[in-house]
Design a binder for this molecule. Structure first.
Ligand code: NDP
Length: 254
């Protein structure tokens, strides 16, 4: 079987996007709504952004539920998937750099929180995604797209080595899990964005990071969330039915 969404024209794909209410996740939600997906969008705290993105995707014709759930809490991840019900796709997108600076100057609590959010939580979400979508567990098959980072390849020296290490872990998980569930109707693929125009950089303490780093990218600029969203939507589609266990970089040449 081809474990993909959009294979049956009579049923709409139903996709959960963690952190789907702002930034890249919200762009993914809008793009998937355009492609005919119904959506479950999770977030941590910003109710206003959740309501705004929900209204946007509903205006594009998608049924949409928003669920407040902190992905670092395994109990809340369980509750999120219980609330989501049957799914054909999961985009594990929630994440953050949290801090910018050399590792030796980064507080240990920040190191721990960064790995917890960007790697441990991604493992919780991936585990729940397989339990929901795997054919042997009563699911209909589907696709898990994990959001990594080009930092996994560069190591992000001087900026956030701990984040880069966590995202490298996400790529390892993507390969291993893809092989683990390939015969169970689930594809697992990573998208690794380069520097993208969201508030993640300001939230980590450097509002000028886009202007500083953008011109150093081979394509000469930071990317837009929609440019990542197109890649995610393609990987979720039937057109990517032979793609699993790999990372697609959307990094302007990085
Ligand atoms: P944003 O900060 O713009 O959005 C983050 C989203 O994730 C929000 O919806 C936020 O919810 C949610 N979120 C954050 N923490 C949690 C949590 N603990 N539990 C549940 N949801 C949470 O981030 P980006 O769009 O920039 O980043 C999205 C992904 O892309 C991340 O994994 C990031 O590491 C990755 N990435 C980003 C790059 C960039 O340059 N922007 C580059 C490479 C990778 P709320 O609104 O409630 O806070």
């Amino acid at each position: 079987m081809a474990p993909t969404t959009e294979t049956n024209p009579t049923t709409r794909p139903r996709t959960l996007v963690t952190g789907g209410t702002r930034g890249i996740g919200a762009a993914v939600a809008r793009r998937l709504a355009e492609a005919g997906h119904d959506l479950v969008l999770s977030y941590r705290a910003d109710d206003e952004a959740a309501a705004r993105t929900r209204a946007e995707v509903e205006a594009l014709g998608a049924a949409c539920a928003t669920v407040r759930a902190d992905v670092v809490d395994p109990g809340q991840v369980e509750e999120l998937f219980a609330a989501a019900g049957a799914l054909t796709g999961v985009v594990s997108n929630a994440g953050a750099t949290l801090h910018i600076g050399p590792l030796a100057d980064t507080p240990v609590e920040v190191v721990a929180r960064t790995v917890e959010l960007n790697l441990t939580a991604a493992l919780y979400v991936a585990r729940a995604a397989v339990r929901t979508m795997a054919v042997s567990r009563g699911g209909s098959g589907g696709v898990l797209v994990t959001i990594g980072s080009v930092a996994a390849a560069t190591g992000a020296p001087g900026e956030y080595v701990q984040y880069a290490a966590a995202k490298a872990g996400v790529e390892a998980m993507t390969v291993g899990l893809a092989h683990e569930v390939a015969a169970d109707g689930v594809r697992v693929v990573a998208v690794a964005p380069g520097i993208i125009e969201t508030t993640i950089h300001a939230d980590a303490g450097e509002p000028g990071r886009l202007a500083r780093v953008g011109p150093t990218v081979p394509l000469g600029r930071a990317g837009e969330p929609a440019e990542v969203a197109h890649a995610v939507a393609w990987l979720l589609s039937a057109e990517a039915s032979y793609v699993t266990g790999t990372t697609l970089r959307v990094g302007g040449g990085r």
